[in-house]
Design a protein around this ligand. Structure first.
Ligand SMILES: *Cc1c(COP(=O)(O)O)cnc(C)c1O
Length: 375
C-alpha cells in the first residue's frame, strides 16, 4: 500500500490575512505610516461611512471591539443599574458581560431549534425591571425581528442587537443591526469581516444615541473636541479601518457569496444524513438571508464525531467551548433553568466555514462525517 498524505482541513486559517490580503495590508500600512494618520483620521471616517451606507443606517461609529461596542450602545441607550436585559443563553459570554459591565442584569433565556433566541420565551421572562431585549444575530443569521419588535413595542423595551456575527445578514430584506435602537458588530480576525486584531462598530439611526456613542468612545468629547460628558477610550485604529475598508470594498461581496456557496455544498453533501440537523440552506427561506459567519450543525454523538474528525485532521469548533451563558458556574446563574439550551450544548458543533477552504475540502470533510456515521 502506498503512503497517502493525510489531508488537513483546519477549522480556521489565520494565514488568510497573508494569503488573501497581503497586498492590501502592505499598501495601506505603508500609506498610513507615511501619512502619520493613526487615531480618528480619514480612513476611520470613510470606513464608518461605508458601513453606514451598506447597512442603510444613519450613523456608524467605530470602536475598539464589539464588546466595548455593546457596552457603549447600552449606555448610550440609557441603561441604568439594575435594568434587566433579556438575551439568549446560547451566545458568547461577551453579550451577557456587556450588560453586567454597565450595571445591568443579564437575563439569559432559551434558544430555539434555529439556535437563535426563542422568541416564544421572551414574554414569560419580562419583569417590572426589564428594559432591554438583546437579540443575538448568531452564526450570520438574523432573528425573527418582527416578533421581537412586536414584543418590545408592547412592553416598551429597547432593542440593542448583538450583531457581532452578522454583517450583511438580513431578515425580510432588512439588514441585521438596523432593527433596534443600536447594534454592534465585531471585526475580530475570525469574524466574517476580520481585521488584524480587535475592532468593532456601533450603528444607530438615532442622532442623540450616535452623539452619546461618539462621546463614550472618545473621552467624553463631542465632534468639536469639547469634553461634554464622561467617556472612555474605545477607538478603532485608523490603520485597522484603512485595511478593513479596502477588504470591505474589494472583497466583501465575494466573502458573502462564497460562504453561502460553502453552505450549499455542505447541504448537498450532508443533507441526507439523519444524524445531523443542518442550518437552513441559502435561499430556502424567503424571510432570511444568512451570511454564514459559522456553519453550526447539530450532530448525534457529537463529541465522538468531533474526536473522529480531529483524528483525521479535520478541525471543528464547539462554540463558547460548549458552555452557554447560564452554565458558567462562577457567574451566579444557579437558579436559571434552560433545559433546551442545555440539550443543544451537547449537540452543536461548527464545521470549517472560511475563505481558505476549497470545494474539495468541503467534500472531504463531508466524506469523513459520512464515514463516521456509516462506516
Ligand atoms: C465575537 C462576538 C462578540 C465580541 O466581539 P469582540 O469584537 O471580540 O469583542 C460578541 N458577541 C458575539 C455573539 C460574538 O460572536
Amino acid at each position: 500500500m502506498s503512503e497517502v498524505m493525510v489531508r488537513q482541513v483546519p477549522f480556521f486559517n489565520y494565514k488568510i490575512f497573508n494569503d488573501r490580503y497581503s497586498n492590501i495590508i502592505l499598501e495601506e500600512t505603508r500609506r498610513v505610516i507615511q501619512e502619520g494618520a493613526f487615531i480618528m483620521q480619514k480612513d476611520m471616517l470613510l470606513f464608518e461611512q461605508r458601513i453606514a451606507q451598506y447597512l442603510n443606517v444613519k450613523h456608524a461609529l467605530s470602536v475598539a471591539n464589539c464588546t466595548d461596542g455593546l457596552i457603549i450602545a447600552l449606555q448610550a441607550c440609557g441603561i441604568q443599574p439594575g435594568d434587566e436585559v433579556i438575551l439568549p443563553s446560547h451566545t458568547f459570554i461577551a453579550t451577557a458581560a456587556s450588560v453586567q459591565m454597565t450595571g445591568g442584569v443579564p437575563v439569559p433565556i432559551e434558544c430555539g431549534a434555529d439556535h437563535m433566541i426563542d422568541v416564544t420565551k421572551i414574554e414569560a421572562s419580562i419583569t417590572d425591571k426589564t428594559r432591554f431585549i438583546m437579540p443575538v444575530q448568531l452564526n450570520g443569521r438574523t432573528c425573527n425581528m418582527d416578533a421581537i419588535q412586536a414584543i418590545a413595542e408592547k412592553h416598551q423595551l429597547t432593542i440593542v442587537e448583538d450583531a457581532a456575527q452578522a454583517l450583511g445578514s438580513e431578515f425580510n430584506g432588512k439588514k441585521a443591526g438596523t432593527f433596534g435602537s443600536a447594534a454592534a458588530f465585531s471585526f475580530y480576525p475570525a469574524k466574517i469581516l476580520g481585521c488584524l486584531g480587535d475592532g468593532g462598530i456601533v450603528v444607530t439611526n438615532d442622532d442623540a444615541i450616535a452623539d452619546k456613542v461618539y462621546e463614550l468612545r472618545d473621552h467624553g468629547r463631542n465632534r468639536s473636541g469639547e469634553v461634554v460628558s464622561w467617556g472612555g477610550n474605545s477607538r478603532l485604529d485608523n490603520l485597522q479601518a484603512a485595511i478593513l475598508g479596502r477588504i470591505f470594498v474589494e472583497d466583501y461581496e465575494n466573502i458573502v457569496r462564497r460562504r453561502r456557496e460553502i453552505a450549499s455544498l455542505y447541504q448537498s453533501h450532508l443533507g441526507d444524513l439523519s444524524q445531523l440537523v443542518l442550518p437552513p440552506a441559502p435561499g430556502s427561506e424567503p424571510d432570511h438571508f444568512d451570511v454564514f459567519q459559522n456553519y453550526e450543525i447539530e450532530a448525534d454523538n457529537r463529541d465522538a464525531l468531533a474526536a473522529f474528525l480531529k483524528k483525521n485532521s479535520v478541525g471543528t469548533l464547539i462554540q463558547w467551548g460548549g458552555q452557554a451563558v447560564h452554565q458558567h458556574k462562577s457567574l451566579g446563574f444557579d437558579n436559571v433553568n434552560l433545559p433546551f439550551t442545555d440539550h443543544m450544548t451537547t449537540r452543536y458543533v461548527m464545521l470549517p466555514m472560511n475563505m481558505s477552504i476549497i470545494d474539495d475540502e468541503v467534500e472531504h470533510v463531508s466524506d469523513m462525517i459520512k464515514q463516521f456515521y456509516q462506516g
